[in-house]
Structure formats: C-alpha cells, structure tokens
Design a protein around this ligand. Structure first.
Ligand code: NAP
Ligand code: FE
Length: 373
C-alpha cells in the first residue's frame, strides 16, 4: 500500500506570475516574505508588486529573512504579519525565505505566549489551533523544493542544530516556477542548490519510504538534472534551462513530501550549523558515500538512477567533488560529537542500510577528513 499527496498547484514557465495574476492573489492584504536581496535581485519581487498594484491589493514587503532562518526570526515575522493585518503571504526566495514563510504563516495567527496554549516551540509538535495563512511560493533557487513540501527547517540555537517541523496545512497553495528568476544565480549557489535537489531525489528514491509514485517522479527529476551536468560544471544557463532545473527541484520536493529524507540530510545539518557550509554543499559532501553504501543493498535501484542520470556512481562522485570546493577543516572530535545528535534524528530509521553511530562517524570521516577523501 502507498499514499500520494500533493496539494500545491504548480505553474511552470517564463512570465508565469504576470500571466496568472489571479492565482497569486489569495486574499485582500498581503505580506511578502523574502530574503535581504534575493527577492529584488531575482526580479521576482518586482513582478509580484506590479501584479499586486495592478489588482489594488495592499502589501508589505518583509525582506528580513537570513540564511538558515531561526525560530525567533519567524516569530518576529508572524508579529509583523499580524500587526499589518495580512490575510495571505507570498514567499519569494531560496529555501530560507520559503521555509520561514511557512512558520510565519503559523505564527501570524497563533501568537506564541509562554505558558499559554501555544508556546514558541509548539510549532514542532504541530500544536497550533488556528489554520496558518494561505501562501504562494516563488522559488529563486532551484534546490530545496520547499514550494512543494510540508516541511520548514529552522535553526534552533537551544539544541545547537537545525530542526524541521512538518504539517499538511503549510503546503503552499500555489507555486510559480520561472527560470528568469534563477538564471543570474552565482554559480556556486546554482551548484549547491542543484545538488540539494539531487540529494532529495536520490535519498527519496532509495529510502525505505519510497513508493512506485515517488520512484517514478524521482527518476524524472534525475533525468532532467543529468541532462544539465555540463551546464552546472561550466555555468552556462538560459532561462529555459533554469525553468527545467526549477521543475526538477520541485519534483524533488514532491518526492520528499512522500518519503522524507534520510541520513544525508540529518548528518548535513551539523555542517551547516557548526561550519556555515551551505545546505546543498553539506549534503553533497556526504551523498557519494551514502550512495556507495546504498549500492550494496539496492543494486537494481542503483542501476536505475545511474541510467536516469546518465552517469555511473563513480562519475557522479567525481561530479559532486568538482562542483563542491570545501575549505572547511574538521576534527575527529567534532565528527564524533555531531554523530551523537544525528544518529537520533527521525530520518535515520528509513536509511536503506543498517546504520549505527559508529557508521555515521565512519561516513563523516571518509567524506570530511582531508587525508581520507
Ligand atoms: P538560501 O539560504 O535560501 O539562499 C542562499 C543564498 O542565495 C542567499 O544569500 C540568498 O540571498 C541567495 N539567493 C537566493 N536566490 C537568489 C537569486 N535568484 N539571485 C541571487 N542570489 C540569490 O538557500 P537554499 O539552498 O535555497 O535554501 C536552504 C534552506 O532551505 C536551508 O535552511 C535548508 O535547511 C532548507 N531546506 C528546506 C527544505 C524543505 O523541504 N522545506 C528542503 C531542503 C532544504 P538572500 O540572503 O538575499 O535571500
Ligand atoms: Fe535539502
């Protein structure tokens, strides 16, 4: 038995925002949640505000979201939305603003008060009474697939890590994929985010929650990214290629909505939290060794994704290494400490091979210690 849920309407193509203006407007008063620069730099913010002005919708641009947003930033954003009286949100940006927008949608209508029904951290238990505000998404990176997941990953200093919350009510109502918004991404961000999408597709394809529906979608996403490996190596992109890559990343989001991610993601969070390594790069550093261990237990699936991607695993590993220059230095002591946390993550049990804390230490060492890579 398997189930399939994807409630987000996805509109794909250049100028999709302006040509589908009616789909963007989900209420009467809008707060736009975006990063410090990504909304403006991508051109998406300009298109959205043009549409809102044309339609006479009052809006507030909330461009305060940093990378790897903290829970506190989202509580602040919720307060801003409440004070403005927003009845819908538009998230514009990479995974950071898109994830923050989901938490802001919750906090806007569920004021967190210590000792009350809804405290700040209750969001992780889905313990909120009022339905979050409706949201539209416009991704400006082709990576996280946040536009089609019920997940929001927040930085939680209290646990010295990142933690996700998941709730069916934070699926975006609608997402617009337009490659004009990602065509000028700095190359390293384009690579990191494409590798995050690869990671979603490959983890979802191989983890224990994969299903015929998610497998079918994962292979299609891998086929698309595989077509553009040379572009990712050389940095040659057009808006049309970028729209394809956005679609592949969205497929990755659809896949992990069904399957979740596995140890690549849970082990990667420590690299981002403690070493400020971008999320996609953190996954990519660990992905090759995960796939190597998966090959031993899933030889047929390995062949299937190699065929879809158009590369053997050894070449995929070389591609990852070429695209991910990492200067960070790690110590054995750090890796052991991080494994104590990551082995307890909720996505460990779906790993396709048996995994102990010692295995995670070995994976970290093999991938991260310079003399072992
Ligand atoms: P990001 O943190 O959203 O953005 C990285 C950088 O790219 C930022 O400096 C951002 O600028 C810049 N940027 C974004 N779009 C741009 C554009 N079009 N042109 C120029 N610069 C641009 O990176 P991300 O990899 O997309 O998202 C990572 C976050 O998503 C992490 O917190 C991760 O945990 C989360 N995530 C969520 C899911 C999910 O299912 N919800 C899945 C995987 C990952 P600004 O600072 O100005 O925005
Ligand atoms: Fe990810």
């Amino acid at each position: 038995m398997f189930k399939y849920l994807m409630p987000t309407k996805v509109i794909v193509g250049e100028n999709s925002v302006k040509e589908n203006a009616g789909e963007l407007v989900l209420g009467t008063k809008c707060m736009i949640v975006t990063g410090k620069t990504s909304g403006a730099k991508s051109g998406a913010l300009g298109d959205v505000t043009d549409v809102l002005k044309d339609m006479g919708i009052e809006y507030l641009v909330y461009d305060c979201i940093g990378n790897n947003p903290t829970i506190e930033e989202c509580v602040e954003g919720g307060k801003a939305a409440r004070e403005f009286g927003a009845d819908f949100l538009i998230g514009i940006g990479g995974g950071s603003p898109l994830d923050a927008c989901k938490a802001i949608a919750v906090y806007a209508v569920n004021e967190p008060i210590e000792g009350s029904d809804f405290e700040m951290h209750d969001i992780f238990k889905g313990n909120f009474k009022t339905k979050p505000l409706p949201m539209a998404a416009i991704p400006t990176t082709a990576g996280t697939g946040s536009e089609t997941t019920p997940y929001s990953i927040l930085t939680l200093h209290k646990i010295n890590n990142k933690q996700s919350f998941s709730h069916p009510d934070v699926f975006y109502k609608v997402a617009f994929l337009d490659g004009r918004y990602t065509v000028n991404l700095p190359l390293q961000i384009a690579r990191n985010t494409a590798i995050d999408a690869m990671s979603h597709l490959l983890e979802g394809f191989t983890d224990k929650k994969s299903s015929p529906a998610s497998d079918y979608i994962a292979l299609e996403g891998l086929r698309i990214i595989g077509k553009y490996v040379d572009n990712l190596r050389n940095g040659n992109f057009t808006a049309s290629i970028c729209t394809d890559l956005l679609w592949a990343a969205t497929l990755g989001g659809i896949v992990i909505s069904q399957t979740g991610t596995t140890i690549v993601h849970s082990m990667g969070y420590a690299l981002t939290y403690h070493k400020d390594i971008p999320h996609g790069m953190a996954n990519g550093l660990l992905l090759g060794e995960y796939l190597e261990r998966t090959k031993a237990v899933l030889p047929e699936k390995t062949k299937a994704y190699e065929e879809a991607f158009g590369m053997k695993l050894d070449d995929i590993k070389k591609f990852l290494a070429q695209c991910l220059p990492c200067e960070a230095v790690f110590t054995e002591e750090e890796l052991v400490r991080w494994s104590e946390v990551s082995i307890k993550a909720k996505n460990v049990p779906v790993c396709p091979f048996d995994i102990t804390q010692q295995d995670e230490i070995d994976i970290y060492k093999k991938c991260l210690l310079k003399d072992r890579r």
